[in-house]
Design a protein. Structure first.
Length: 473
């Protein structure tokens, strides 16, 4: 691709706020993710692109380096800078893309998906909740059904649940969203500018990383639980921090009560907004008490919740709990793209939120966890498979090789798995895989069979395979 062609596609890339290299990287990232720069395309050399854009070469070099660290481009001496992935018509391995779109839909090609962690069967309570709201729908009059903040009935129910958990909350502190991912995207858009630093756990939920990267933020990884938060704040002055304290995705860990209190109070003392992702919080195994939310300890904590993991992913109901002024701001942003969610779904969700503790999740989750872990221990004894107390994923460490090349090999044996590199901004999880246990036991058994076959034929590469950009849930 000639520099002039790329500069035409970039458009008014420099019109935003922040350093030029971040704005350039953000625009190139969008072109790559939207498919306008497909895998394999040769990008202009640093100097040529800099001349075409009338910027310094260091701006292009820094932007390219960000994209390389994201896994969106590759840079090799002698072969130039290319968009990552396999170009159309290539005879090489198909790229292992955690299939942001592909993994969210059922496949008919025989490939088992061990990527998307969500319940596959809606519980009977969901159908019952819809049946209960039919009279409510029949009696609606004089209501156009637009609720940018969310339906008042659902906002009341979510606020009441927080109060029951020891967090004083009023309905005006709740914004209902179309799932937890929309909640994270709204928060990232509202709170971040290009170049802002964000503290995240390493590893963490990849959908959050993508939401922050979409705003051209610079991500800094800390150990799970944001250990080292205070020193990182002094050094980095972050605009935001993100943590999953309860049944962490992907490791399943739980932050202790003392650590929660300390983290929340440090965030308040340093005036750093702290996003608490509570989406997995209702996935404890039998006998595992539900810890208090971080929001119980500080007003700077912004809570994100969803029914996608505790009820069903097809029920696109999420929410944000924050200060009323921030909720007002987020609602205005949301209304630009989305005037409100599905009213019948919100009315049904209002019934479900009040009975989340009654849903029989724990026993089934524990059974499937034990089933998958026992099979992995039996058939792949060299793999490290820690035991957890709740959640829906296992964070598995391979004894050799790396997750990216193993995922490539696994696809050839009919199973898609999520390599750890896409979940860790520090690059220290190359040897890990994230496996979920929400599937039926028969599918989990077949998954281990295919993983075992892959492992016995797997030849680790002499050099690590660069990670692909990824989103999975």
């Amino acid at each position: 691709m000639r520099p002039i062609e790329l500069s035409d596609r970039l458009g008014r890339w420099s019109s935003g706020r922040g350093p030029l290299y971040l704005l350039l990287a953000a625009r190139l990232r969008r072109l790559i993710d939207d498919g306008e720069l497909p895998p394999g395309v040769l990008l202009p050399p640093d100097r040529a692109l800099a001349a075409a854009l009338a910027v310094g070469r260091t701006t292009v070099v820094a932007a390219y380096e960000l994209l390389r660290s994201d896994g969106r481009i590759t840079r090799r001496q002698g072969s130039g800078t290319r968009v990552a992935g396999t170009p159309a018509g290539s005879l090489g391995d198909a790229p292992v893309d955690p299939i942001f779109l592909d993994s969210l839909e059922s496949r008919d090609d025989g490939v088992l998906l061990a990527i998307c962690a969500a319940p596959g069967d809606p519980p009977p309570e969901l159908a019952e909740a819809y049946a209960r709201i039919v009279p409510e729908l029949a009696n609606i009059t004089g209501d156009i059904g637009y609720y940018p903040y969310g339906h008042p009935v659902l906002r009341d129910a979510i606020a009441a649940r927080y109060v029951d958990r020891g967090v004083l909350t009023t309905p005006d502190q709740i914004l209902v969203t179309n799932g937890g991912q929309q909640a994270l995207s709204l928060l990232a858009h509202a709170l971040l500018s290009p170049g802002d630093q964000v503290l995240v756990e390493a590893p963490t939920y990849p959908g959050a990383l993508e939401a922050f990267r979409e705003e051209a933020a610079v991500l800094r990884g800390l150990p799970v639980g944001l250990d080292g938060f205070e020193a990182a704040v002094r050094e980095r002055r972050p605009a935001l921090a993100y943590v999953i304290p309860t049944y962490h995705n992907p490791t399943g860990s739980v932050l202790s009560a003392l650590a929660r209190q300390r983290l929340a109070r440090l965030a308040a003392a340093t005036d750093v907004p702290l996003i608490e992702d509570e989406v997995p919080a209702d996935l404890g195994f039998p006998g595992s008490p539900q810890p208090r939310p971080l929001a119980a300890f500080s007003d700077v904590v912004i809570s994100v919740g969803s029914l996608s993991k505790s009820v069903w992913g097809g029920l696109r109901i999420g929410w944000i709990r924050a200060s009323a002024p921030l909720v007002n701001r987020l609602a205005r942003l949301r209304a630009v793209h989305d005037l409100g969610g599905n009213v019948p779904a919100q009315l049904a969700a209002a019934h479900l939120v009040g009975m989340l503790d009654e849903l029989d999740l724990a026993t089934e989750l524990k059974s499937r966890h034990d089933h998958l872990r026992a099979l992995l221990t039996q058939h792949l004894p060299s793999w490290e498979v820690p035991q957890i107390r709740g959640g829906q994923t296992l964070w598995v460490r391979l004894p050799e090789g790396d997750g990216n090349s193993f995922a490539q090999a696994a696809m050839r044996h009919g199973i898609a798995v999520l390599p750890g590199s896409g979940l860790d901004v520090t690059g220290r999880s190359d040897r890990y895989l994230r496996l979920h246990f929400r599937a039926h036991p028969t599918d989990l058994t077949e998954a281990v069979t295919r993983l075992t076959t892959t492992w016995h034929t797997y030849n680790p590469p002499s050099t690590q395979v660069p990670p692909r950009p990824s989103i999975a849930i």
